[in-house]
Design a protein around this ligand. Sequence first.
Ligand code: 2HG
Ligand code: ZN
Length: 463
Amino acid sequence: MNFAATIAKACPGLKLTTEPSVLESHGRDWSDLEGGAPLAVAFPNSGEEVRQLVLAARQTATPLVPSGGRTGLSGGAVSLGGEVVVSFERMRRIGDYDPVDRTVTVEPGAITQSVQQFALEQGLYYPVSFASEGSSHIGGNIATNAGGIRVLRYGLTRDRVAGVKVVTGRGDLLDCNRGLVKNASGYDLRHLFIGSEGTLGLVVEATLRLVDPPPPSRVMLLAVQDMNSVMNVFRRLQSSLALSAFEFLDDRSMFHVRRAYQLPGPLEEDSPWYVITEFDCDGEADEQAALACFESCLERGWVSDGVVSQSERQIAELWRYREGIAESVAPLAPYKNDLSVRISRVPEFLSRLQGLLSEHYPAYDVLRYGHIGDGNIHLNILRPEHVSRQEFKDRCEDISQKCYELTAQLGGSASAEHGIGIIKAPWLGTTRSEAEIEMMRGIKNVFDPDGIMNPGKIFERPG
Ligand code: 2HG
Ligand code: ZN
């Protein structure tokens, strides 16, 4: 029996489609990677239906690709051809809020922004936040350990997951950690699934820990003269203000975001670098502290100008310069790197990266921006019109190799928050050792002995 017949027998109510437009839309993600058409797209409505899907996939040797909001940038949700895509669009429930535990239990298809909204309605806060939060799913956030702009204060998705139910590639349902704060009973399997990009199992429910809402805040946008000054400003601000975000962007990022959204310049003059930072500001003492920081950065020559938000509306306007960057260049299909090093190594990393970029990319339009306060730098390289797609890709891959070697020398990671997916799989070994990769493969084999869970992701396919 083939997959469709097997699942129809095991689970007659399950929605499965082979409609070409759905195969097309659900076989890709925001990475624009060309994969291959999936066999079908399944829309389970419960954990039990997901389990039946995995069992049918095992029985018929059919690979599965989990699919959330498809906002990933590394091809983790792209079909390579012939898989069944498992979409969580019908598993969106947000329920079981517990005010004592301060947790909410959600299905994997819950949209990140809806969870944030739900938390606010309870007088609490779900702090994982990033530009695609209006489309991305919690299941996908867990699969990639999503980060974003508030990692500096609240950590990553991993730090919010108090429990997770998963169906493994063997078809077992595991209920990991059950919302416990303390649990010293052996291996914490929950953390293996977080960041595993659907290669071990499928998340069917998650219990998320909420936090107190932050106090009122302000956003400051600063014009900074060079990369070293960016880090000096970070140190100075961090010592006096309660920062909840510290981001940077270069002049090319500012150019593209302004052009795409017809935004006015935020300051009188353009600058090579900009910092956008958000800090708690609950009264005059905090305002004075922020002003003093700004003035001391000015005096030291790290900053040449700046603006502080005066209203909620201005907070949103200032964030637009940072949050709009990726989308502003999306139509140009940039080549992307998502690198990280320890925060203390950021200055050295940035200056050596700068050397590499000027040596190898002098003719390319390169956007540098990211979550500098947590050591995460994004590079978006744009293809000049006269360079063919293939030549551009080859050249970017050559230079990527050098960027990864540098990242490895400084003990960093080839993917900070976007995941390895298909796109970064050839470089997994640049920042993970052979012994680590062997262990990872061993773990995969335990949870997914038939290799049906999102094959070709994280680990390159042989051949
Ligand atoms: C961001 O920080 C996102 O804006 C996207 O992680 C970064 O597209 C990118 O390179
Ligand atoms: Zn990012």
